[in-house]
Design a protein around this ligand. Sequence first.
Ligand SMILES: [Zn+2]
Length: 408
Amino acid sequence: MLRALVADLLIDGTAAEPVKAGALTYDSGSIVDVGPVDEIVREGIEVRHFPGGTILPGLTDSHLHLGLDGEGSFEMGMLKDLTSYAAIRAYEYARRDLHSGFTTIRAMADKGFIDVGLQRAIRDGLVKGPRIISSGHMLCITGGRDSYVPGVSFSDNLFEECDGIDGVTRAARRQVKYGVDWIKLGVTGAVSAGEGPPGVQQLTEAEIRAAVVVAHGQGKKVAAHAHGAAGIKAAVRAGVDSIEHGWLADREAVDMMAAAGTYWVPTLAPLHLILLHGVEGGIPPSVVERTRRVQHNMYEVFSYGLRCGVPMVMGTDVGMPYNRHGENAVEFDLMVKAGMLEKDAIVSACSRAAEMFGLEGVIGQLSPGHSADIVVVEGNPLEDIGALARTRFVAKDGWIVRDDGFGE
Ligand SMILES: [Zn+2]
């Protein structure tokens, strides 16, 4: 059955001009037509009006964790939970993301392949939820990330230690065997774990390249968790598809991302939220201290990245302290405060994310033939980016996930 949505504004998720008094039609799972209301809406079509609203493509959060929901002291808790419990909880977290308008989410490392399992259950129609892009475990060097949780079994872990070209090759192949879409690499230290400076390079360039060879050879992609400039540069040279965080990048690293067209998922939300809640909020002092030390550099390189046209993609790192499922839109505010135009922030969570996933033509754009992944928010996000937190209607593949009755 053909249905129509009509609102004051329609933003198609690309750099195209928004359509005032815009409308779209969709049938069971796909968008049929998009344009001005008087060209699109004909007699006999069921029409839903949203005066004061904006129609957008379903949004994408390209970096979150399904095993966590913003606990102050997080990774240990995540590892201590039963994997079966974490999997059921992940379903609820994914549902919260979807309800807030994120019809696609990329899980960037979780324990026990809960992201892969949930993705399958949704694909098989066992349960309903967002489109999930999975990454399984994060590959890191021995002692890199999980040296402080000895004795956790392979399948219950969040990390997989591997060393040398052969070791990384084997580990990457094992991730592919378990069904991941992306290989996540812990290229440098982290703000959230360990004691050393977060910028130190851990995986070598040859090890990163070994993972890239496995992934690309099997039609998969590679995301590099990387803070320090040396690690970012090694990852870009090795051909990874995305850099996650990059908080200690220098200008040369940013130039290299721009030249290679490497996607950058800067994740400003954890930076902001860790400092906002601090030690008083139960966040380990070492995490707060290391975050404080990197923040100035991050905002500086972020604005440099905007000037050189690095392809930036919206990702929240939901799961980190006080960074919660369903509150993902906070990242948009921070991107705009840091100098990004509202329209570019929207593109970063729509068509550009689709391009990073190789899902152009499927998601991220309101255009005939694309999936009917649709969001309506109250207000105009081009004038007030906070409107993206005021989700009033969500459809995924034409299934109406949420309709608050707004505007009627
Ligand atoms: Zn993360």
